[in-house]
Design a protein around this ligand. Structure first.
Ligand code: HEM
Length: 310
């Protein structure tokens, strides 16, 4: 048991090491989603989740939130347009003083089903990054991990968004909601933008500054708050709860459970905040997804290094 725990913890460091091997080390920065900005806002639940979860922020009382929008790249100087997947991390401050996190991205599925697959696949990108993608190795990756193809294909087709506020964001992982009777319901989260979806053509992106997303948010916030609906998708019997490489079908029941209103950019954003997808409150449980649990260890390693100026 102890041995198993140690191996798992080592794999967490190994995941951060492989990222650093591919892109380099940027002391003080997150090892993924390195460039981002903080905002504050309010989340107002509409009570529709109350029959299926006792989670405090999903009842009837509005709660303050801290939000971090980010580029997915581990390179902090990467221009916004070069990093099509965007992140939205939300920390809800609960009435009892506790916090709960919800981390989402603009792609609905992930490329790895297990921690080992993540390490192998990212390791492969080292050869691609050196300018000589080893095609034999790529073929081996596809044979060993065919499930990675769907997300890599989607990634290839993704365009840069007009704004952080015009993207739909997905939790990718499933979670369980637990109600007052102890009943469990599998769910996935989505943030739906009030502004609607808007992506840019390649020619439009070429005209923009490397920091255009931050500038866009500042301009929009001068006009008023930025809104998102929090939706949950209810999982059925055949929807996998342990596999982030698979999306649940679109016709699944989707319920809006609350409204986020982002009001202000945080000037002195304490970037030593840690958003952890397994940091959840009573009424919510992690699914069996091994990637979800692995992220807890990886983020702790990244946090430890960046807060020790490594
Ligand atoms: C094996 C899988 C994954 C690994 C190894 C990984 C790695 C990392 C690392 C090292 C960080 C920086 C953590 C920190 O220093 O605070 C990070 C941040 C982040 N990751 Fe992941 N990640 C994985 C899967 C995912 C998935 C499936 C999502 C989809 C929701 C995701 C979304 C994000 C976001 C949005 C952030 C930025 C959070 C913030 O703003 O603080 N990651 N990831």
């Amino acid at each position: 048991m102890e041995e198993n725990k140690k191996l798992k913890s080592e794999l967490g460091s190994r995941a951060v090491d492989v990222i650093e091997n591919v892109v380099g080390t940027f002391p003080g920065y997150r090892r993924a989603h390195a460039k981002g900005n903080g905002y504050e806002g309010v989340f107002t639940p509409n009570g529709k989740a109350a029959p299926i979860t006792v989670a405090a922020h999903l009842q009837n009382e509005a709660v303050p939130v801290t939000i971090r929008f980010s580029n997915s790249s581990p390179i902090p100087s990467h221009p916004d347009a070069l990093s099509p997947v965007k992140g939205m991390a939300v920390k809800f401050q609960l009435p009892d003083g506790d916090v709960t996190d919800l981390i989402t991205v603009t792609i609905p599925l992930f490329f790895a089903k297990t921690p080992e697959a993540f390490v192998d696949i990212v390791d492969f990108f080292k050869s691609a990054k050196d300018g000589f993608p080893n095609l034999k190795e790529l073929a081996t990756i596809f044979i060993k991990y065919p499930e990675c193809k769907a997300s890599l294909q989607m990634l290839k087709e993704m365009r840069s968004p007009a704004s952080f506020s015009t993207c739909q964001y997905y939790s990718i992982h499933a979670f369980y909601f637990i109600n007052a009777d102890g009943r469990r319901q599998a769910i996935k989260y989505q943030w739906e933008p009030d502004a609607g979806l808007s992506m840019l053509a390649k020619e439009e992106v070429a005209m923009l500054s490397s920091d255009y997303l931050n500038e866009d948010m500042e301009e929009r916030l001068q006009q008023g708050p930025i809104g998102f609906k929090l939706n949950i998708q209810l999982g059925g019997e055949n929807d996998p709860t342990d596999d982030p490489t698979v999306v649940w079908s679109e016709d699944k029941q989707v319920i809006t459970v609350g409204q986020l209103s982002i009001t202000k950019k945080l000037d002195s954003f304490a970037d030593n905040l840690l958003f952890d997808p397994t940091n959840i409150t009573a009424g919510i449980e992690c699914s069996e997804d091994p990637i979800l649990h692995f992220r807890h260890r990886v983020y702790a390693v990244s946090y430890d290094r960046r807060t020790h100026n490594q």
